[in-house]
Ligand binder design. Structure first.
Ligand SMILES: Nc1ncnc2c1ncn2[C@@H]1O[C@H](COP(=O)(O)OP(=O)(O)O)[C@@H](O)[C@H]1O
Ligand SMILES: [Mg+2]
Length: 237
C-alpha cells in the first residue's frame, strides 16, 4: 500500500485551476521529489495533503487514511514542513518543540531523548532558549524540521525545505529524509535544487500548470541526460 495516495485531485481558485486531475502514489521506502516552475501547483497540492486545503474533486490518503473524512488519523501519520517556517515568535525554539510534542502526546521521557537527538542533528542548543522572533531563516528551518521529526511521522511532506539552510544542514536534512525512508516511511519534497534531486531522491514527479508532465526515476525523467536541462526543456512552454 502507498503511504501517500493522490487520485484525480483538482483544486481551483476562482477561474484558475491550480491543480488539475493530479494522481500520484508514493510507497514506503521512497524519497520523492516534487518539481515544477513557480506557480505549478506544488504548494497547493502539499497543503491539500496536510489538510489545510480541501480538494474540489479527487481523494488523498495518508497511510490508508483519507485526509478529509479521516483527517485526524491521517495527520497523526504525517508531518508537514511549510515553505515559510512558522514558529510562535514569543516562544523559544525549545518551547515550540515542547508544544509540538504535547500536541502529538509524546511522553516527557521520549521527548527529552528526541530533543537531545534533534540537537545533535540540527545544532539547536546554541539558540533554542532565545525567542524565535530573533532567529534567522535557516535557524527557523532547523527548528521546524526538528519539530517534524519529533513524532516519527510515516510520511514527511516538505515544501522547499532546503531554502535558507547552510550546506551542512542541507546534508543533515537529506540524510534524515533518507533515514525516514529506510525505516519504512516516505518523503515528498518540493524543491528547485535539481542537483540535490539527482543524488538524494528515488523518483520524481514534475508538474506544470497543475498537471503531471513527467514521472519516474531521476534517470527516466532526465532521459539519460542532465535533469536540469530536461526540466528546462519540459517547462519552457
Ligand atoms: N489562496 C490562493 N488564492 C488564489 N490563488 C492561489 C492561492 N494559492 C495559490 N494560488 C495560485 O495557484 C497557482 C499555484 O500556486 P502554488 O501551488 O503556490 O504553486 P507552486 O508552489 O508550484 O509555486 C498559482 O497560480 C497561485 O498564484
Ligand atoms: Mg510553492
Amino acid at each position: 500500500m502507498s503511504l501517500l495516495s493522490i487520485t484525480g485531485v483538482s483544486k481551483s481558485f476562482g477561474s484558475l485551476k491550480a491543480v488539475d486531475d493530479l494522481t500520484l502514489a508514493i510507497p514506503a521506502g521512497e524519497v520523492h521529489a516534487f518539481l515544477g516552475p513557480n506557480g505549478a501547483g506544488k504548494t497547493t497540492t502539499i497543503r491539500m495533503i496536510s489538510g489545510l486545503l480541501r480538494p474540489d474533486t479527487g481523494t488523498i490518503s495518508v497511510d490508508g487514511h483519507d485526509v478529509v473524512s479521516d483527517g485526524v488519523a491521517a495527520r497523526t501519520k504525517l508531518a508537514y514542513v511549510p515553505d515559510e517556517p512558522y514558529l510562535f515568535e514569543r516562544l523559544t525554539g525549545r518551547e515550540f518543540l515542547d508544544f509540538t510534542a504535547r500536541i502529538y502526546g509524546l511522553d516527557q521521557k521520549i521527548f527529552a531523548e528526541r530533543l537531545a537527538e534533534c540537537d545533535g542533528l540540527f545544532n539547536l542548543s546554541g539558540f533554542w532558549d532565545r525567542l524565535a522572533e530573533g532567529y534567522s531563516h535557516g535557524q527557523r528551518q532547523r527548528v521546524v524540521l526538528a519539530a517534524a521529526w519529533l513524532h516519527r511521522p510515516k510520511l514527511l511532506v516538505v515544501d522547499e525545505p532546503l531554502v535558507g539552510l547552510d550546506p551542512k544542514h542541507i546534508r543533515v536534512a537529506l540524510d534524515l529524509f533518507r533515514r525516514l525512508a529506510t525505516e519504512g516511511g516516505a518523503v515528498l519534497m518540493s524543491t528547485h535544487t535539481l542537483a540535490t534531486v539527482e543524488g538524494s531522491c528515488d523518483r520524481v514527479t514534475v508538474i506544470d500548470k497543475g498537471k503531471v508532465i513527467a514521472h519516474g526515476t531521476v534517470a527516466e525523467v532526465a532521459q539519460g541526460g542532465d535533469l536540469e536541462r530536461r526540466f528546462l526543456e519540459m517547462t519552457s512552454g
